[in-house]
Design a protein around this ligand. Structure first.
Ligand SMILES: *[C@@H]1O[C@H](CO)[C@@H](O)[C@H](O)[C@H]1NC(C)=O
Ligand SMILES: *[C@@H]1O[C@H](CO)[C@@H](O)[C@H](O)[C@H]1NC(C)=O
Ligand SMILES: *[C@@H]1O[C@H](CO)[C@@H](O)[C@H](O)[C@H]1NC(C)=O
Ligand SMILES: *[C@@H]1O[C@H](CO)[C@@H](O)[C@H](O)[C@H]1NC(C)=O
Ligand SMILES: *[C@@H]1O[C@H](CO)[C@@H](O)[C@H](O)[C@H]1NC(C)=O
Ligand SMILES: *[C@@H]1O[C@H](CO)[C@@H](O)[C@H](O)[C@H]1NC(C)=O
Ligand SMILES: *[C@@H]1O[C@H](CO)[C@@H](O)[C@H](O)[C@H]1NC(C)=O
Length: 481
């Protein structure tokens, strides 16, 4: 079995120890091959997985027991337990899918590098569900002693699987270190004959963005395919205790307007659609100060978005449920004047795009006086919010499908085809340098990307693409810093 080679034209190396755990739950030889376009020189690094194979049969047993438990429990009409067990089964089935996908992976499929960390995360969440199940079942006297024992067994197995997982992480980390060393040698060799690439440097110690891989997670929301415009993610600056919360907003009226924010306690609950909390901005939709367009962000427990039918920025405080507004220049595009889009398609009501990065919140928009070109304004999250710094670019907003910020650098994407979106443009707010020559591809599973935002806490891109929610992993190279 063989995974497709990694083609990396300029030998960039990302921080593999942390973000790029090349995951292998099964024995897969992985070939990383690099070629430098100018010199036709190839560096080949080989990765062999030496760890034991993932114990799929143990998961099978847990699943079987879970099924039995469900049957027994539902017969006693214990709906709460039922819900938890269903969740558990769903998670286990997903995990099994992921493992078997890894096993038969031999093409250039997107799932080639399913992250071990995701599976680890899933295991932790299964454990969490089991704990909840245990807590719930303990309050039901009717549950047979035997079922409780079975439960204990399942829990033990899951703990064992977790141990297995941790061990794999260690093995992978060592292998990644070796690969990194090899690649560094390779890089030095290439460098001796060709100049180093001049990618714009990052400013957060992350280095330059060299690649986007994934999707790392990909799923439909609880709404199925009903709403094709929406946004999701995590709070970029959460209050203590809210770190793992996820938010989701769908534009439930005319694919353009939203009036409530849905929140979930974890990644698995958003995927399963379990236990949402809805917070309403208004009971009607649309109306004054409700949400217009998909490109909003959550920061410090407040949602930043384009207010309905105005050129203003709205901030909805989730705690007080009150809205503060601040107006952009009066010639700012809204109501589809300067939306994102490609060719003949424009994405409705995407005039205003909000972004979070390491330094806070930005709004990206266009004005008539700047010829419909992109303008970036920093939104100070003071009370009330104000615009402090502003940068004018030469990027025409209607030719762009979306933008996001990383470390004070604006990145813009364009539509290439059904499968590929390309990050082609950057504007560095520290140096005012702009470039149109990036060629970083995002592999899509759905045609249109309606929302992208960067989460500075996990360095992932959060994407809403034709009703699907996905995350992508960014690789950075420190060599050009
Ligand atoms: C980027 O990452 C993807 C997936 O990991 C890989 O297939 C691709 O070759 C990489 N591209 C570059 C230019 O490094
Ligand atoms: C795991 O499998 C599920 C399908 O059961 C899929 O939706 C999900 O994207 C997979 N996760 C990864 C990381 O491949
Ligand atoms: C399940 O709950 C009981 C009672 O609270 C507790 O004694 C037991 O340790 C729990 N089992 C696990 C594996 O957490
Ligand atoms: C479920 O009930 C069946 C028959 O009543 C029993 O054989 C089985 O052990 C029970 N399973 C659990 C997990 O309690
Ligand atoms: C690559 O070459 C450049 C210019 O000759 C030099 O400044 C740089 O230190 C070299 N980098 C490595 C990793 O050898
Ligand atoms: C939301 O309101 C609370 C209570 O007045 C306040 O402490 C908090 O700072 C507000 N959040 C924002 C982002 O303004
Ligand atoms: C405006 O931006 C400057 C430069 O980043 C900063 O020093 C200043 O504190 C900001 N002012 C406000 C009101 O946030």
């Amino acid at each position: 079995m063989r995974l497709p080679g990694y083609r990396i034209p300029t030998c960039p190396i990302s921080d593999m120890s942390q973000s790029n755990l090349f995951t292998l739950m099964v024995v897969i030889p992985l070939i990383f091959s690099q070629s430098h376009s100018a010199k036709e020189k190839d560096c080949v690094c080989e990765l062999q997985n030496s760890g034991p194979a993932f114990p799929v049969n143990k998961l099978n047993n847990v699943e079987f027991t879970a099924t039995q438990c469900t049957w027994n429990i539902t017969s006693e009409k214990m709906t709460e337990v039922d819900r938890l067990v269903l969740g558990l089964q769903h998670r286990i089935r997903q995990l099994l899918d992921n493992v078997s996908m890894l096993e038969k992976e031999d093409n250039g499929n997107l799932y080639a590098a399913v992250s071990l960390r995701i599976i680890e995360l899933e295991l932790a969440e299964i454990q969490d569900l089991l704990d909840k199940l245990n807590r719930t079942t303990n309050s039901y006297q009717q549950l047979s002693v035997q079922a409780a024992a079975e439960l204990q067994d399942m829990e033990n197995t899951m703990t064992e699987l977790e141990k297995f997982d941790h061990m794999q992480v260690m093995v992978k980390q060592r292998e990644n270190q070796r690969i990194k060393r090899d690649l560094e040698h390779c890089k030095a060799e290439l460098n001796s004959t060709s100049p180093a690439p001049t990618l714009s440097p990052g400013h957060c110690g992350l280095g330059s963005m060299v690649n986007v891989s994934g999707p790392k997670t990909y799923s439909l929301t609880v709404y199925g395919t009903s709403y094709s415009f929406g946004a999701w993610g995590r709070d970029a600056n959460p209050a203590p205790g809210d770190e793992n919360k996820y938010w989701l907003v769908v534009l439930s009226s005319s694919n353009a307007f939203g009036n409530f924010i849905r929140q979930y306690s974890s990644l698995s609950t958003i995927i399963l659609g379990i236990g949402p909390t809805d917070t309403y901005i208004s009971s009607s939709n649309p109306t004054t100060n409700t949400i217009q367009g998909p490109n909003m962000v959550m920061y410090s427990n407040a949602l930043y978005y384009n207010c309905y039918n105005t050129y203003s920025v709205c901030r909805f405080n989730m705690t007080t449920r009150s809205v503060s507004t601040v107006a952009l220049p009066s010639d700012t595009g809204y109501n589809n004047k300067f939306p994102f889009g490609h060719l003949a398609t424009s994405y409705s009501y995407t005039d205003m795009d909000f972004a979070t990065d390491e330094s806070g919140v930005y709004v990206i928009y266009a004005t008539t006086s700047n010829y419909g070109n992109v303008i970036i304004s920093k939104v100070e999250t003071s009370n009330p919010p104000v615009f402090n710094q502003t940068w004018f670019t030469s990027l025409h907003k209607k030719t762009v499908t979306n933008t996001f910020m990383v470390c004070g650098v604006l990145y813009a994407t364009r539509y290439v085809d059904k499968e590929i979106e390309e990050i082609f443009y950057t504007y560095d707010t520290k140096t005012n340098e702009e470039r149109y020559d990036l060629r970083i591809h995002i592999k899509k599973l759905q045609t249109n990307i309606k929302y992208i935002n960067y989460d500075p806490r996990d360095n992932l891109l959060y994407v809403f693409s034709d009703a699907y929610i996905a995350t992508y992993e960014i690789s950075f190279s420190k060599f050009t810093d």
